[in-house]
Design a protein around this ligand. Structure first.
Ligand code: C2E
Ligand code: MG
Ligand code: MG
Ligand code: MG
Length: 291
């Protein structure tokens, strides 16, 4: 930690800390630049239902340039949140995802709905509801095709303000998912006050499923709870066919992960979607009759 004296002036920082500070500044300016020069793009990760059918895509942002590509969204999204750039980044992501979906719908691509990640800071913007609904309308996309993904930690902010905004969007048809579920501390009581349709089980639980009874127990508990709240459960981080078999048996509804598909460029997604189920390995789903 920096040693501070007197007026709080940093007298010494470790190299590591200096490096972090510098890179946050660099990341912020690279993001600012990317937002102004078309330096961002979206990739789309397929999500599959319990019959192995390709059912949804999650839009994930990427930098086009080497630097942001190397940094990755795991590191640049937190910087965007800290700096406030997330508001314009988020606006761009929704716009681009809608543009792409409208194009795919027009060309009868067999893709039904889509998920976009958002941050709390976007949600509480004064014009957020209107801007989302106007964007959907401009591209002729029914609101019920859009899933907005929020992490549990997001909901630890101004709960009642967020609940109000979510309610308005949800009344217009927009769906909400809780992302990385199980890593935060949201209570059942709080969750049931929100218009949520989906829980996405964090991949840390899925990764441990085959070795850890505790992880199996946690997933089982999440699925049981979801049944009572009538929520859809998506498992993320599915990296092995055994994960899918086990998650199906536990009652998960949808599946996302590198085993089924990595996030794809729009061109690769199109090719896979037009190729139908033959583009993905259906064997883990075989013999399972969804209830
Ligand atoms: P997330 O929303 O939980 O997205 C899933 C992340 O897990 C993606 O990483 C995806 O590539 C990765 N993933 C999917 N399947 C597997 C798997 O089987 N194994 C492993 N190890 N990883 C898997 P990505 O694209 O690097 O995104 C990281 C995070 O950045 C996202 O996590 C999301 O929180 C955030 N993010 C990405 N795009 C946006 C955006 O447009 N807006 C906002 N606010 N956040 C975004
Ligand atoms: Mg997500
Ligand atoms: Mg996730
Ligand atoms: Mg995650």
């Amino acid at each position: 930690a920096a040693k501070r004296m007197g007026g709080g002036r940093a007298l010494m920082t470790t190299d590591e800390q200096a490096g972090e500070e510098e890179s946050a500044v660099n990341i912020e300016s690279a993001l600012r630049d990317a937002l102004q020069t078309g330096g961002l793009e979206l990739v789309y990760q397929p999500i599959f239902d319990a019959t192995g059918r390709f059912a949804r895509v999650e839009a994930l942002v990427r930098g086009r340039g080497d630097y942001l590509r190397k940094v990755g969204p795991g590191a640049f999204i937190p910087v965007a949140e800290e700096s406030g750039l997330i508001v314009s980044l988020g606006r761009w992501v929704l716009e681009e995802a809608c543009r792409q979906m409208a194009d795919w719908r027009e060309r009868n691509l067999p893709v039904f709905d889509f998920a976009v990640n958002i941050s709390a800071r976007q949600l509480v913007q004064a014009d957020y509801t209107d801007s989302v609904l106007q964007t959907l309308e401009r591209y002729g996309i029914p609101p019920a095709l859009l899933h907005l993904e929020l992490t549990e930690t997001t909901l630890m902010g101004d709960f009642s303000a967020m609940a109000r905004i979510m309610k308005r969007l949800s009344e217009a048809g927009v769906l909400f998912s809780i992302d990385d579920f199980g890593t935060g501390y949201s209570s059942l009581a709080r969750l049931s006050e929100l218009p949520i349709s989906t829980l996405k089980i964090d991949r840390s639980f899925v990764m441990k499923l085959l070795e850890s009874e505790a992880a199996v127990g946690i997933v089982r508990a999440i699925v049981n709870m979801s049944r009572h709240l009538r929520l859809e459960v998506v498992a993320e981080g599915v990296e092995r066919p055994e994960h899918i078999k086990l998650l199906l048996a536990l009652g998960c509804h949808k599946f996302q992960g590198f085993y089924l598909s990595r996030p794809l460029s729009p061109e690769a997604l199109e090719a896979a979607a037009f190729a139908g189920d033959t583009a993905f390995d259906p064997s883990p789903f075989r013999g399972y009759v969804p209830v």
